[in-house]
Design a protein around this ligand. Sequence first.
Ligand code: EPU
Length: 449
Amino acid sequence: MGARIRPLRELAGFMDKFVIRGGNPLVGSIRVSGAKNSALACMAAPILTDEEVILENIPQVRDIETERKLLAAMGAEVELGYGRAQHRTTINCRALTKPVAEYEIVKTMRASALVLGPLVARSGWARVSMPGGCAIGARPIDQHIKGLEKMGVTIAQEHGYLVARTERLKGAHIVFDLITVTGTEDLLMAAVLAEGETIMENCAREPEVTDLATLLAAMGAKIEGAGTSTMRVQGVTRLHGARHRINPDRIEAGTLLAAGAITGGDLTVTNCNVAHLGAPIAKLQEMGVRVEVLGSDSVRVRGDGALHAADISTEEYPGFPTDMQGQFMALATQAEGVSLIKENIFENRFMHVQELVRMGANIKIDSRTAARVHGPAKLSAAAVMCSDLRASASLVLAALVADGESILDRVYHMDRGYERIEEKLRGVGAQIRRMGNIFAPRDVEMVAR
Ligand code: EPU
């Protein structure tokens, strides 16, 4: 069997490492990029129309490039305009000839399940690879399937793919068994073109859902209740093009605030939406970090006082986000006392723990979803492995305060969701550099979900 040769372009960045020397307080200001998870949902919405949709404030991260590939493989024209002030993407799905999401693309990004609803709404059928398990947990998509079936879609499983068909999508009364972000987004995109009214209960209230609903409304959809747990959608027969600006990334903002605090710095995070940061800001304050809200889009943190332990329990929005659990666990290693961290959204999201422990953290795992952090611990630099996107962010934060030079391997996980993070951190005084290695082993697969 012939060896598979990947283009150099694809390998570039794949085996990169970060070299971080800890000890510098972060001082200055950092601008937050557009929200990856909003952008991923909003990039699926143009499937619903044959007119052009322009999205601004798109972050320049690997997951967005993956979604571009996914759409392009279906026949969409997608232009990613980086380098311009707006980070704009123009998507035209006029010639959507192949409503298929191939395994080769889906396996690298679970958000691909987001195209199931819009594809079946647009084309009457879709063939979407099942996403499979992922590092942070099983992450099934039964709620997407159940909801679509209620709307009149027949779904069969064939050769690892879901094959969905419908004559006409019908409005339905859907009650989610659990709160799911992309599940809510997927069904919302189907409902906007369904015949009649769809009522969805127990919806996710995350700002990313609201962002998508705002875009869909600009395209002509009729949606009430976005941002609450009950949404009502009156289906329309067609949607048109629109222009929309993606929300700032609240997870990047929270990560940076924690970075300012853990380094004992004085950091201002700009271009964020403070209204989306209630839970992390309250937790920082509880831990003794001085937080000053400078306006609706900027926050300053000063980590010059002692940090106190605080318990963290992840919840759906507006609770404390699972996507910041690892970063705040790193912060808790520097706080006086015992912090109990409970992960309630995903069953396997403590992969940063063993690496933090290797750096000197004192963390005891009570169960797969509960850990106790005893602080403060003096962290010492080590070679560590990034296992998923937010675990990488946790390790970057730990390395910023560790004594000596840490080497973080597999930073391609970080590149999935943080735009130019090393440049941003360097700009406020961090000693961080990227060490490239394009001579990657040929058979290494990029599993980035
Ligand atoms: N779940 C089911 N069945 C479903 C859908 C979800 O059992 O049909 C379960 C999941 O297994 C999980 C829980 O419900 O235990 C919540 O999952 P959810 O569907 O809300 O997660 P998601 O939509 O797959 C999005 C973000 C994640 C973020 C979670 C929770 C995107 C593209 N991804 O995932 O972001 O952690 O919501 O807020 O929006 C990240 O950015 O690092 C990331 C993982």
